[in-house]
Design a protein around this ligand. Structure first.
Ligand SMILES: Nc1ncnc2c1ncn2[C@@H]1O[C@H](COP(=O)(O)OP(=O)(O)OP(=O)(O)O)[C@@H](O)[C@H]1O
Ligand SMILES: Nc1ncnc2c1ncn2[C@@H]1O[C@H](COP(=O)(O)OP(=O)(O)OP(=O)(O)O)[C@@H](O)[C@H]1O
Lengths: 217, 217
């Protein structure tokens, strides 16, 4: 597994650091705020106080030994940009940087960030999709318009078989899996009958999914 | 489609509002900061300046006519909690509130939020998963340990058929779909041969996916 450094222990940075450790990685967590480092030190492999706009502080902390560095300083655009530049100068191969808007994102790309992320923007888009079709729990993009949707079963689907519903012919939808109780049924048969608590994994467009879920509602 | 109100036009709230409009919904965007309202008014159906901790201001703005209200005020916990309480008092059926930490989230639930979201925490977890297995573009949870992973093809998989790989027998993995160029192949046949630019949609645990992608690397 790779060695990671997370710089900036706001809500986003903290979540990245904790999740990486939970997945079995070794994380070096850095923040200039001693209090933030103190709060996190029991949850990560290494936690150090350092100002990420000071290249010596970064070197002393050992950042150059990381395969991946995540720069999660957000509101201070100048510090975020400078820290990204310095971490690249230290020779780190893969640098991820959080941006607060498109302009900030472009600057980060220009100065060498390998991946720019917009956490609030991405989670806002995700929530909006989940709200537009209330049954949608989550989704994953397959292409510009086609997604895999994780949906709660609508009452009017309960008791019907997949064949009754004619998902492919009537709605151009494909059901990939059903999560029922503790079981996952992959590629369910046409005679599989939908039950009230089923979670369905369906491929198609949002429009066709809407048609399926809105029918008889 | 439902009528939505978004209160609090930070990065998260703005993203929710714009995405809802893009999906065809009608959005009322509210913020106490005139500048934020001004910046968004060309992208939403209605944009009004209002202090969300004032019930008369909310009523004048017409918030009670919305089916769903998203309260995206974050750093000011007191305002976020009061706004949530007032919006519920106005009779809005479904209220989503952004929380900055677990304590804030518990308070919001207690005072009536129907859904509490932690955008920075959720996107931090997502990024961490994407980084641990570098091929992972995205994933969706099927159950506590099983996920649908969207992955880039590893070089050592290219040219092999699904049957060669014995995904089910060797790795307990199932390939649900292949995204190749503009096409999506659902439930590919065992004789399907993997190509260099394929995006694979695979069901299984992170551990088994890791084994598949790390073999011969
Ligand atoms: N030069 C620096 N060196 C190290 N840490 C820094 C530096 N500048 C800012 N930080 C730290 O980055 C962290 C995140 O910063 P910021 O306040 O921009 O994000 P935030 O909006 O709180 O983030 P989030 O939305 O993820 O909660 C803070 O804990 C701050 O102490
Ligand atoms: N009482 C209130 N009534 C209306 N709007 C409010 C009120 N209090 C705060 N806001 C607005 O909520 C918005 C978001 O607030 P906040 O600063 O907490 O979030 P943020 O950290 O910038 O959010 P994000 O992380 O989504 O960018 C701001 O635009 C602010 O003007």
């Amino acid at each position: 597994f790779y060695q990671f450094t997370v710089i900036g222990l706001g809500r986003f940075g903290t979540s990245v650091a904790i999740t990486l450790e939970r997945l079995g990685c070794s994380v070096l967590a850095i923040d200039e705020d001693e209090k933030k480092v103190e709060e996190l030190k029991d949850y990560v492999s290494f936690a150090k106080v350092a100002n990420a706009t000071n290249i010596n502080a970064l070197r002393d902390a050992g950042v150059q030994n990381s395969d991946v560095v995540i720069i999660a300083i957000a509101n201070d655009i100048q510090s975020s940009v400078l820290a990204t530049l310095l971490v690249k100068e230290l020779g780190v191969k893969y640098v991820v940087a959080k941006a607060v808007n498109d302009a900030h994102g472009k600057i980060l790309e220009k100065i060498g960030a390998d991946l720019v992320v917009f956490p609030e923007k991405e989670s806002g888009e995700l929530l909006a999709q989940r709200l537009v079709v209330p049954n949608i729990i989550d989704f994953m993009e397959l292409s510009a318009n086609v997604k895999i949707f994780e949906v709660k079963t609508s009452p009017h689907l309960v008791g019907k078989t997949l064949e009754d519903l004619q998902l492919r012919r009537k709605y151009s939808l494909n059901i990939l899996a059903i999560h029922r109780g503790g079981d996952i049924i992959i590629n369910p048969h046409p005679d599989e009958r939908i039950e009230a608590e089923d979670i369905l994994y369906i491929v198609g467009t949002l429009d066709s999914l809407n048609k399926l879920l809105m029918v008889e509602n």
